[in-house]
Design a protein around this ligand. Structure first.
Ligand code: PLP
Length: 225
């Protein structure tokens, strides 16, 4: 299937999820996760009109960046080692996996003059051992501590729900993330507007959109696995 055809189907499903909940589809940004696919396929995604590409490791991602460059905005969605920050910071506009102070400190240190990295705080709402992210009850203190790092802008919260055959089973995790996001947003912190929600993957994006996702990270059903 061409990315274009997949995108059409995806947009129609997003549209229906938005209709069900009275949202505007313009508020849902699609990040095409290209970690499984070739440079050619990633280029095809950009040609199909997708403006956001996501990768979860640096290996392979930087080659795609060299080939596509500023044709898209780049999202780092995987766990990020502090020592890798200097390699990625000038290529990426978004980090979805901010989960510790040391990473914020490194981003702040390596950013160029005036650069602001748009960051999502990754939250482990399901409490699964295997998932990274900070605990829900530590989110507020963590965000407040980000004032010290002017190159880090907290634009929202991110989570990965556990895989579920029936995505209804993970709805409560998405709802919980939205409630946490609202609490931070209500503080109106200049360094942490926290208006966005990065949640929803191929298997569960419709439920995530119904619960308020503004960035969905889609790999397999869009570009392939
Ligand atoms: C791989 C990955 C995705 C996309 O997964 P699909 O199920 O293929 O849509 C989304 N988010 C993260 C963090 C990932 O690692």
């Amino acid at each position: 299937m061409s990315v274009k055809d997949n995108l059409q189907k995806l947009e129609s499903r997003i549209g229906k999820a938005c209709e069900r909940t009275g949202r505007s589809a313009d508020d849902v940004h699609i990040v095409a996760v290209t970690k499984y696919v070739s440079i050619e396929r990633a280029k095809e995604a950009v040609q199909a009109g997708i403006g956001h590409l996501g990768e979860n490791r640096l290996e392979g991602a930087m080659e795609k960046y060299e080939a596509i460059g500023s044709g898209a905005e780049w999202h780092f969605i995987g766990s990020l080692q502090s020592r890798k920050v200097k390699e990625m910071i000038h290529a990426y506009s978004y980090v979805h996996s901010l989960d510790r102070t040391s990473l914020a400190k490194e981003i702040n240190k390596r950013a160029s003059e005036g650069q602001k990295m748009k960051c999502f705080v990754q939250v482990n709402v399901s409490g699964e051992e295997s998932k990274s992210g900070i605990k829900p009850d530590e989110v507020m203190d963590f965000v407040l501590s980000m004032e010290k790092y002017p190159a880090v802008e907290i634009i929202g919260l991110m989570t990965m729900a556990p895989y579920a055959e029936n995505p209804e089973e993970v709805r409560h995790y998405f709802k919980h993330l939205r409630e946490l996001r609202d609490k931070v947003k209500d503080k109106k912190l200049p360094y942490a507007p926290c208006t966005e929600l990065s949640m929803g993957m191929s298997n569960d994006f419709e439920v995530a959109v119904e619960e308020g996702a503004t960035y969905i990270r889609i790999g397999s059903i869009l570009v392939g696995e």
